[in-house]
Design a binder for this molecule. Structure first.
Ligand code: HEM
Length: 404
C-alpha cells in the first residue's frame, strides 16, 4: 500500500489516489506541440467535437426511435420530426454531422498524406486512423438503415449482396448477415444494435488508441522538421518560450484549436438550420417497399468513390477492385518507400502522385453519383483504373526519391 498523508485540499486528496497532476501533465500541460503547424492540424479536434455532437444528438433521437419495421419510418419522420419539441433539431444535427464528419475525415487524411505524417514511428497513428475510417463507414451505413426508407432498404439490399462473393457463391452468407432472405426485422434489429452500441464503443476505443499513438512520436509539422521534443521542451520550461520550437498543448495550443472549432461550428450550424437537406436523400422520405426498386440506387457522397471503383467492372473484378480500395489506404506507410516525412511539394514525383490521387478521387465521387450512361461510364472506368494504377506506381516512384 502506498503512503498516504492527510490531504490539504480536494485536489491533493484526488492527486494522492489518482495522480491527477501527472495525468494532466502527460495529456495537457507537458504534451508538446510544434509551433510550425497550421489550421489543418486542428481537424483532429474538429473531429472530436463532431463525434461528440453525433453522440449527444444520437442519445436524444434514441429516446423516440422505434427499431421496428412497421414503426421505424413514422417514429423518425412523424414523431421525431413533428411531434417532439426540437426533435427536428436533433435529427438535423445528427444528419448534418454524419455527413460533415466524412468531409473532415477526408481533409484530415489528405493532410496526413500531404505532410507524410504516417512515417517514421507514426505508422500506428495512421493505422488507428484508418480503423476509425472503417468504423465510421460502418457506423454511417448502419445508421442509414434505421429510418427504414426506400434508400435504407435498397442500399441495405445492394451492400449485403456484395457478400455473395461473385463466382465464389458464398451461398447462405448474405442470408446469415441479413438474418432473413431480404432485409426485414432481424436485419433492422442487428443494424440498430451495431449503430447504437457496438460500433460507437469501438470508435471510442479507437479514438483512445489514436491519441495514445500520438503521444510518443508527437504530431508532425508543416516544414518536415525533425524536432527534438525533449530538448525543446526543456528550453520552454527553463523560460525560453520564444526560442523553443514547441508549446504546451493546454491551454496554449488548445486555444488555437478552439478558434478553428468555433469557425467550424458557425459553418456547421449554418448547414443545420439552412441546408440540412444536403445530408438527406429525398428518396429516403418514401417508406421502404420491397416490391418497388428505385430507378437509381447510389450511396451517400462519402462512399461514392469506392462505389465507382466497383461499378464499371464485371461482378468478380468489380468485387476485387472494391476490396482493394477498402484496404489499400491502410498500407500507405508501407507502400511509400521513401523515408522523407516532408511536405509533398518537396518530394519530386510524389507531389504529382498526391494531386493525381486527390483529383482522381473527386472524379470517382462525381461519376459515382450519376447513372452509368455514356460518357460517364467510360470516365468512371478510366478513373477506377487510374486509382489502381496510382497505388501500383507508389512504391516504384518513392523508392527512387532523393533524400529531402
Ligand atoms: C473521427 C476520427 C478521428 C479523430 C477524432 C482523430 C483525431 C486526431 C487528433 C486530435 C490528432 C492530432 C491533431 C491533428 O493532427 O489534427 C490526429 C492526428 C492524426 N490523425 Fe487522426 N483522427 C481521426 C481519424 C483519422 C483518420 C481517418 C486518419 C487517416 C488514416 C487519421 C490519421 C491521423 C494522422 C496520421 C495524424 C498525425 C498527424 C501529424 O502527425 O501531423 N486520423 N488525429
Amino acid at each position: 500500500m502506498a503512503h498516504f498523508t492527510k490531504a490539504t485540499s480536494v485536489k491533493d486528496w484526488l492527486n494522492q489516489r489518482l495522480a491527477i497532476e501527472k495525468v494532466e501533465k502527460v495529456m495537457a500541460s507537458e504534451y508538446w506541440i510544434p509551433k510550425n503547424i497550421n489550421f489543418l492540424w486542428a481537424m483532429g479536434m474538429v473531429l472530436v467535437i463532431t463525434f461528440a455532437l453525433l453522440l449527444v444528438s444520437g442519445i436524444f433521437l434514441l429516446m423516440y426511435y422505434q427499431p421496428n419495421v412497421n414503426l421505424a419510418f413514422d417514429s423518425v419522420n412523424y414523431t421525431i420530426m413533428r411531434e417532439v419539441d426540437f426533435g427536428w433539431l436533433w435529427r438535423h444535427v445528427h444528419g448534418v454531422a454524419a455527413s460533415v464528419v466524412f468531409l473532415i475525415i477526408y481533409i484530415h487524411m489528405f493532410t496526413a498524406i500531404y505532410y507524410g505524417s504516417y512515417k517514421k514511428g507514426r505508422e500506428m497513428i495512421w493505422i488507428s486512423g484508418m480503423l476509425l475510417f472503417v468504423a465510421f463507414s460502418a457506423e454511417a451505413f448502419s445508421g442509414y438503415m434505421l429510418p427504414w426508407g426506400q434508400m435504407s432498404y435498397w442500399a441495405g439490399m445492394v451492400i449485403t449482396n456484395l457478400f455473395s462473393g461473385g463466382s465464389l457463391h458464398a451461398d447462405g452468407l448474405v442470408e446469415w448477415i441479413r438474418g432473413d432472405y431480404v432485409p426485414a426485422q432481424a436485419f433492422l434489429n442487428r443494424f440498430f444494435m451495431l449503430h447504437v452500441l457496438l460500433i460507437p464503443v469501438a470508435i471510442m476505443g479507437l479514438i483512445g488508441l489514436h491519441f495514445g499513438a500520438l503521444r510518443i512520436p508527437h504530431v508532425n509539422n508543416q516544414d518536415g522538421e525533425e524536432i527534438d521534443f525533449d530538448a525543446e521542451s526543456k528550453k520552454y520550461l527553463a523560460g525560453d518560450k520564444a526560442g523553443s520550437k514547441v508549446i504546451r498543448f493546454a491551454n496554449d495550443f488548445m486555444s488555437k484549436d478552439m478558434m478553428v472549432v468555433a469557425i467550424y461550428l458557425v459553418f456547421f450550424f449554418y448547414l443545420v438550420f439552412f441546408h440540412y437537406d444536403f445530408a438527406m436523400d429525398p428518396v429516403n422520405f418514401d417508406p421502404a417497399d420491397g416490391l418497388k426498386t428505385p430507378t437509381h440506387i447510389y450511396p451517400e457522397w462519402y462512399f461514392l468513390w469506392s462505389y465507382e471503383i466497383l461499378r464499371p467492372f464485371s461482378t468478380n473484378i468489380g468485387l476485387m477492385a472494391f476490396a482493394f480500395a477498402q484496404v489499400i489506404f491502410m498500407l500507405l506507410p508501407f507502400l511509400d518507400r521513401s523515408p522523407n516525412a516532408v511536405p509533398a511539394s518537396r518530394r519530386g514525383l510524389f507531389k504529382f502522385w498526391f494531386w493525381a490521387m486527390l483529383i482522381d478521387m473527386i472524379v470517382l465521387t462525381s461519376m459515382g453519383k450519376v447513372p452509368p450512361i455514356e460518357p460517364f461510364g467510360t470516365i468512371g472506368f478510366y478513373a477506377a483504373l487510374t486509382f489502381i494504377g496510382l497505388w501500383i506506381l507508389l512504391p516504384i516512384i518513392t523508392i527512387f526519391e532523393k533524400k529531402a
